[in-house]
Design a protein around this ligand. Structure first.
Ligand SMILES: [Zn+2]
Length: 259
């Protein structure tokens, strides 16, 4: 597939992920993939090409596909070398030919560690290759609760919310200060979640609810409530506790009526 088309198709996926997650263009594609747990389409295609290549090599496809493979160095020279398993590369005079299945996949194949290439069954190969190209699993508490507040929490986590500091950093407004109180402080995640007196009452309720979760989890009740805990959760806690904390933060967001 020509490069310009692969870029355009990737853009469609990226736009869809932005709609799903609510993240704005100020967030990098890397953040977007991490937040949604998707793979870039180019990586998905690469994995499928490599699986097909494995099948061709192991005669799990029609014969004519195998006949299109170039010879191995071993076959050409007749003696074992460090690269004996490698194939003689295709001579690509044009970029469009270099982008076709065999030349492109051959290069990707030879970048795989030998122990993956030498897997004896297709299933073993598939498992090994998925581990080799890992995706970050999305923590379940990232998608608990109502979609509207979930998106707002996701935006806070990725510094692209409607808080003045986030808008300021993204060149939307000229002033990062909080206009909900008189403290003349930058309205960032810390100010919104921990400082701004406007939300003192609902913040007290949030902290009490989280302290109750600590109690249920047998965590010391003086365990620090940090921005990381509120926005990202705590891997050391179980899923239910993290989901509960996430829903409490989402209630805070909703009740603050800030967005
Ligand atoms: Zn404030």
């Amino acid at each position: 597939m020509p490069n310009y088309l692969t870029i355009r198709i990737e853009k469609v996926q990226i736009e869809s992920l932005r709609i799903i997650s609510g993240l704005t263009v100020s967030c990098s594609n890397k953040q977007l993939y991490k937040e949604t747990g998707f793979r870039p389409l180019s990586e998905r295609r690469k994995i499928h090409r490599l699986i097909m290549f494995y099948k061709i090599l192991h005669e799990e496809t029609p014969d004519f596909l195998r006949q299109l493979l170039p010879e191995r160095y071993q076959e050409r020279h007749g003696y074992a070398t460090r690269h004996r398993e490698n194939f003689v590369h295709y001579l690509c005079r044009t970029e469009s030919f270099a982008q076709t299945f065999y030349p492109k996949t051959l290069k990707d194949w030879e970048k795989l560690p030998l122990e993956i290439r030498e897997k004896t069954t297709l299933n073993q190969f598939k498992n090994a290759i998925t581990v080799y190209f890992p995706i970050n699993p999305v923590p379940p508490w990232y998608y608990t609760g109502q979609r509207q507040t979930n998106i707002l929490l996701c935006k806070l986590r990725n510094n692209c919310s409607a808080l003045n500091h986030h808008l300021y950093v993204n060149h939307v407004i000229a002033n990062p200060y909080c206009f909900m109180c008189t403290r003349r402080e930058i309205e960032d995640n810390n100010h919104y979640l921990f400082v701004c007196p406007r939300y003192a009452q609902i913040r007290r309720h949030l902290f009490e609810s989280i302290t109750n979760v600590f109690r249920e989890q047998n965590v010391p009740i003086n365990y620090p409530i940090t921005i990381e805990l509120l926005l990202f959760g705590q891997e050391a806690f179980n899923i239910e506790a993290n989901c509960e904390i996430s829903r409490f933060v989402q209630n805070f967001i909703l009740n603050s009526r800030r967005f």
